[in-house]
Design a protein around this ligand. Structure first.
Ligand code: J2J
Length: 549
């Protein structure tokens, strides 16, 4: 399976045989696949509405039919089962139909965020050996067809471009068609269903191969924890390509349950509140700053939000005071979610005591999620102390795709994933996120690698050295700040920001703040690691400006 190209490293994700046997025996891995469950729902709930977005309302039968048409159309366009396809779509119904079409055709979606630009998409397409790119004609004033042209100029293997909307010289999703009989049988449940992106702390995004069995387990079990059933209405408010609204329990969980998925074109109250009222939405996932914005807007809205039962907040730390405000302001149950695209997801449970819901980030989905909290040397810390979170289990990966260096860093010899998060483990397995060991900035749930941005800044002729750090931010949780030692012609902050943007990067990676310094003040004896340097700059700056955590 998944092996069409001679040059492409095999696309797989494996667990040690004994663990795999345990996960099967425990009923986590049931041999289900995406096309398998989508076909079953189309048969069971043919006329129930599966997906609502824009003017479109698709039943489960229509979703399945569209998936067949799109899958067969991609074959007719020359794609072969097992090939990878970069999908860069916002919250439009075609996100769901295209991805389901790829699954049905045994093609492997690779998810890019709508905010990504040429540098990121090219990296992802190249690393995944992608043969096709599927995007919207435009969104938020950006023309993805020009991105497609630039991609094809760099990557000859990217032979096919398919566009949602006005396709220009490319194929249009609406025009895809082919013989459904050409579609392959359902894939091996252990094969890789798609590649998700990591928001990790070093360099460009890494690719996360997730299998049918492991991912389906994670959202099937999430459904139970989050109370998602056939009567639920799940709103996708965050970008659908994020792992959180995709799988925790996300729109895939909702589809698995035979529930209704409603796609909000934007995350803000203006887009989401009318949809909540119209569609009687019961569950939504938000990042902390967005949840607070919703609380503010809910105080004066004329839209009826009373259908909301569960508001999930995750992606970044929700501090207790903010948690209280969410509960009071939205008048429904709060569920904290601490997850990662690599696997492990923790939830506070719907019937947990308020102290746990407000003060922790929940506990793992599975009894077989193994969690270790260790010190810098890898030894377990005393119970209740803060340490590095390591994990392995039935839906946590053991390797990134095609990245041996990252794998050597990110996984222990025993196959534990080093999450990079610093946590405290309370009795009952509840985790409190205390920070992180790595140097990424968690900007309202979007992860930015300090190293990646420093590299782009260093490419500027006016920059002698650059260090990018996170600063506490009342709204974003964290914002990015670049300390710059200038050289040559004087450079302005605005010019540096424009430079980063001009490097073809997602706008959220442009430093929020730029501080010029004469030196990094490395007065201590000996060599200082980049990490220490960043920490010192952050602390020094915060002392100077009187900012507090
Ligand atoms: C503190 N930090 C958190 C939280 C994630 C569900 C929910 C979120 C993600 C996600 C996800 C946090 N408090 N509640 O994939 O399925 C930070 C941690 C973590 C990193 C993972 C899901 N929830 N984080 O955010 O892959 O640092 O996944 O390691 O984007 O976000 O980021 P990502």
């Amino acid at each position: 399976m998944n092996e069409p190209s001679r040059t492409r490293p095999p696309l797989r994700q494996t667990w040690p045989a004994a663990m795999a046997a345990r996960y099967r025996a425990a009923g986590y891995w049931r041999g289900e696949t995406f096309p398998g469950f989508l076909r079953a729902r189309a048969a069971q709930h043919a006329d129930d509405i599966a997906v609502v977005g824009g003017q479109v309302r698709l039943s489960y039968a229509q979703l399945w039919a569209q998936a067949g048409r799109i899958g067969a159309g991609l074959f007719a366009a020359g794609l072969l089962p097992g090939q990878t396809v970069v999908v860069q779509l916002g919250n439009v119904p075609e996100f769901v139909t295209v991805v389901c079409g790829l699954f049905r055709a045994g093609l492997v979606p690779v998810f890019a965020l709508p905010a990504h630009r040429l540098t990121e998409v090219a990296h992802v397409a190249r690393t995944a050996h992608a043969r096709a790119y599927i995007a919207a004609a435009g969104q938020d004033g950006f023309d993805y067809r020009s991105l497609a042209r630039a991609l094809q100029a760099q990557l000859p293997a990217l032979a096919t471009v398919v566009i949602v909307g006005e396709a220009a010289e490319f194929l249009a999703v609406a025009d895809l068609d082919g013989e459904v009989a050409t579609l392959p049988p359902d894939p091996d449940p252990q094969s890789v269903a798609f590649l998700q992106l990591s928001g990790g702390s070093t360099g460009l995004p890494k690719l996360i191969p997730r299998t049918h069995d492991d991912y389906i387990y994670s959202f099937r079990a999430s459904n139970e924890i989050c109370g998602i059933g056939r009567d639920s209405v799940y709103l996708v408010a965050l970008p659908a390509a994020h792992n959180f609204p995709m799988s925790s329990p996300g729109f895939f969980g909702a589809l698995y349950a035979g529930a209704r998925v409603v796609l909000s074109p934007g995350p803000g109250p203006d887009s989401a509140f009318p949809l909540i009222a119209r569609e009687a939405v019961t569950c939504v996932g938000l990042v902390p700053p967005l949840a607070l914005l919703w609380v503010q807007a809910a105080a004066t809205t004329t839209h009826d939000l009373s259908s909301l039962q569960v508001v999930q907040v995750g992606g970044a730390k929700l501090v207790p005071e903010a948690a209280r405000r969410v509960i009071e302001g939205l008048g429904c149950q709060l569920q904290q979610v601490f997850g990662m695209a690599e696997g492990l997801v923790n939830y506070t449970r719907l019937h947990d005591r308020p102290e746990l819901v407000i003060g922790t980030q929940g506990r793992p989905i599975s009894p077989d999620d193994e969690v270790l909290v260790v010190d810098d040397l890898g030894n377990p810390v005393a119970p209740g102390s803060t340490g590095h979170l390591l994990t392995r289990g039935p839906y946590t990966i053991g390797a990134y795709y095609n990245d041996p260096a990252a794998n050597a860093r990110a996984f222990t010899e025993d196959g534990y994933y080093r999450t990079g998060d610093m946590v405290q483990q309370l009795p009952g397995g509840y985790l409190v996120v205390q920070g992180r060991a790595g140097d990424h900035i968690n900007r309202a749930g979007e992860k930015i690698s300090a190293e990646e941005i420093e590299d782009h800044l260093l490419a500027h002729p006016g920059v002698f050295d650059a260090a990018v750090v996170s600063l506490p931010d009342a709204y974003l949780g964290e914002r990015s700040c670049a300390f710059i030692i200038a050289q040559g012609e004087p450079t302005q902050a605005a010019g540096l920001k424009a430079w980063v943007r001009g490097r073809g990067l997602a706008a959220f990676k442009v430093p929020d703040q730029i501080v010029f310094v004469d030196a990094f003040g490395t007065t201590a004896v000996g060599k200082v690691s980049r990490r220490e340097l960043r920490a010192r700059l952050r602390e020094g700056f915060m002392q100077q400006t009187g900012e507090t955590r």
